[in-house]
Design a binder for this molecule. Sequence first.
Ligand code: NAG
Ligand code: NAG
Ligand code: NAG
Ligand code: NAG
Ligand code: NAG
Ligand code: NAG
Ligand code: NAG
Ligand code: NAG
Ligand code: NAG
Ligand code: NAG
Ligand code: NAG
Length: 727
Amino acid sequence: MAFVYVAYLYTLAALHTIVSSSRLPGIPTIPFEASNGGGTYSLSDIKSIIVDAEYADWTDKNGETMVPPSLREFGRAFGANLYDIWGLENLSQPVVSAPQPDSVFLTISENASHQYASGEASSEGYTLEVTTSGITIRGASPLGVWWGTRSLLHLAILGERELPLGKSVDSPAWKTRGMLLDVARRYYPPQFIIEMCSYMSFFKQNTLLLHLSDGLYNNANIYSREQSLSLYARFRLWSEAPEVEGLNNFKNESYTRNDFQYMQVECAGKGVTIVPEIESPGHALPIVQWKPELGLSTDLSVLNVSHPDAVSTMKTVWRTFFDWFDTKTVYIGASEYTTEDGGYNHFVNQLSGFIRNNGSKSVRIWGTLPPKPDSNPARDSSLQYFEENTVFDYNQDGHSVINSDATFHVVNKWSESFPQKVNLAKTFHGNPATGGPWEPTIHDTNNATNNPEKPNQNIIGAIAPLWNDYGPNATVYSEAYYAWREGIPALADKQWGGTLLSEEFITVLPILHTSIPAQNLESPIASTGPVIFRYDRESWAQNRRARSEENPGPPDKVADLSDNGYDAFTNCSVSANNTIAIDGCSLKTELGTKGRNYALTIRLYISQFGTDAVLISGQESALMLTPTITLFASENYYRLNATVPLNTWVDLSIVGRNERTFAGVQKVRLGDPFVARSDEEFKAVLGVNGQSFVWAPIAIEAPIMQIEASNANWTGHFGGMLLTTDV
Ligand SMILES: *[C@@H]1O[C@H](CO)[C@@H](O)[C@H](O)[C@H]1NC(C)=O
Ligand SMILES: *[C@@H]1O[C@H](CO)[C@@H](O)[C@H](O)[C@H]1NC(C)=O
Ligand SMILES: *[C@@H]1O[C@H](CO)[C@@H](O)[C@H](O)[C@H]1NC(C)=O
Ligand SMILES: *[C@@H]1O[C@H](CO)[C@@H](O)[C@H](O)[C@H]1NC(C)=O
Ligand SMILES: *[C@@H]1O[C@H](CO)[C@@H](O)[C@H](O)[C@H]1NC(C)=O
Ligand SMILES: *[C@@H]1O[C@H](CO)[C@@H](O)[C@H](O)[C@H]1NC(C)=O
Ligand SMILES: *[C@@H]1O[C@H](CO)[C@@H](O)[C@H](O)[C@H]1NC(C)=O
Ligand SMILES: *[C@@H]1O[C@H](CO)[C@@H](O)[C@H](O)[C@H]1NC(C)=O
Ligand SMILES: *[C@@H]1O[C@H](CO)[C@@H](O)[C@H](O)[C@H]1NC(C)=O
Ligand SMILES: *[C@@H]1O[C@H](CO)[C@@H](O)[C@H](O)[C@H]1NC(C)=O
Ligand SMILES: *[C@@H]1O[C@H](CO)[C@@H](O)[C@H](O)[C@H]1NC(C)=O
């Protein structure tokens, strides 16, 4: 088996002499001193994950989270990962004081001297040691151990379970490493956010900033007061407290305290802290829609900071939600308040003081204001978003900043000024002084003069945002993941202080990608070949035989005629011509969703349908007749012009091809082979600031869970269904 690892290294060595450079290409890269004589240790030999009894209940008190997992909890999560990736079952997880042969021993090194680039001690560092008798991970804290387990996974995935013998001493260069997701102008379910945390965690990012309140751009030039007050704007936290009644009227697309708690704990369990942001006085349309008298008469998306109730209203909001947040720091926004009004400083200072004193939390704001002496509001640090302004903040007032250079901002799914994916070229070559890799000290990837001297104590990390400027109908949930699919690992390497090269990235990412635990973001379905399932008349024939011989009544198995054995079940009756009658009954697969790159063809004979008939539904989408062919996904209807003819057999297909989705209809006879057509394309129609529309592709997952008629508003016959990856 050692051969495999060597062969793999050889492949990469062809690109670069990675072995001699004392590092291995995880994402981020892993410093590594191979043992003299080399050799490997097989993950298959591991019998236990031992948590050092002395430190089992230790937690890391230095991070942003107030609910840090213990070493024991991280150990358990690591065990679950080994099961998730390799099916390693039944590894014992004793809590004892010493390693045993063939164990992964998780322990703490109290005197470890890991440091961030600033020289500050880091509790996130670790040492990973692989010997012929087992593995030891010694973290500066349990969180450090967790990042060490990520390195172990990377080495084992890249080495096909064979780990190189040797030692890695590793720690991040930057303390805050992560992303911002705009959940205000587009809702995401808690499960999606937790899976994004799994993805970030795999690449050692530790911060997910959630932008919790905002509205679509209030184009004050063309919107009337009424239009502004009904423009899409959301405050995503849901509280029953009477003080905030009316602030949020959309419970079904909000996070309750339980939801928020669940997301925070699940993400913290993977080393990722969810940090909340509630914006004011700018980007405050949800607040103004709640209390219109607080809006600036000239722009209702902005609070009038001179209004006597503006500060007290925001204090009420913060007071209501303080206890929800398991973080030491919160973001209060304060960005893009362009109005010339001396009340801005007062407003921000009041709110900052209130949160510091009454919430015992640190405060961060956006640093989007020009460096004027009269606009220097109080805060502990800022999230620095560079437009034309430059290094003023840390140079002029000594505050610490988090780099959020506009270069790495992404806007879903169209924009005049921002890209739709993280700029990888800038990630790997964004240092304007050298053409080398970007890192968090680089705030301007175009102009070296605008970047501070290194080292710089005031820069504590980097956060890259994804904005949903065009609201909820521009995208389905998973498109946020795809916008960041390559960007998260690429940025994560630079945020950690890794040295991955772009040519290594394109080789390593696809390999690591096969094995990222605790997420199902791409909704793949395992298959032995291009046909994932096929049910047709032979399935019903088998069904009829089974029924007549031993099992006279429903529900019945519907045989999958592919090699995968994804049998379905139905309680519908089978007709003499080996089709099933969809009338007050259903057919269910045990599958929910197929992600990108699929062709789903359903053979139907529709006798009649009513308003909003659901032909087939899945976890992420439903195929409907409204009366035209429609996909319903992530709260929105995506409609075509075509419909389906009645009282004739048709093959109705949906085809997901990368970021696009198509449909087609073909008249057929019952015995014909399936025909997948892709004649019409589903499109998102984005409204641009009330001025124009933009048509953009949309990538909708295939609904493959159930065909039903009981509540689905149609009747007819079902002749079969084919799902392939062949598009
Ligand atoms: C793990 O334990 C379960 C239940 O004891 C057993 O069914 C299974 O076969 C075991 N798996 C392995 C790989 O030993
Ligand atoms: C760190 O502490 C361990 C015991 O906990 C000790 O063996 C080791 O020598 C110490 N290392 C340093 C560098 O002080
Ligand atoms: C802001 O509020 C103040 C105090 O209520 C009021 O006098 C002023 O007209 C308001 N300004 C705008 C632009 O709404
Ligand atoms: C904190 O709350 C108390 C009681 O509500 C209030 O008197 C005090 O002014 C608040 N402090 C700040 C800084 O707002
Ligand atoms: C780079 O930035 C400096 C300082 O802001 C400015 O003076 C200079 O004109 C900029 N150069 C370019 C090419 O934009
Ligand atoms: C199949 O059988 C059903 C019921 O027996 C009948 O209504 C339908 O017309 C038949 N379809 C074809 C194509 O033979
Ligand atoms: C089939 O099962 C569904 C529930 O899945 C039920 O609503 C329906 O009445 C059943 N139909 C028949 C014909 O048994
Ligand atoms: C089913 O269709 C009828 C007739 O078009 C309509 O009145 C009814 O609202 C529809 N039911 C559902 C659940 O959509
Ligand atoms: C919440 O309910 C509204 C109104 O029924 C609906 O338009 C919206 O899509 C729902 N949101 C979610 C996330 O289900
Ligand atoms: C539907 O028809 C309209 C009008 O002909 C056309 O503009 C539009 O592009 C069509 N939509 C689709 C999805 O093909
Ligand atoms: C999407 O929402 C925008 C408002 O942001 C609206 O103008 C547009 O019509 C919507 N698109 C569809 C297809 O409903």
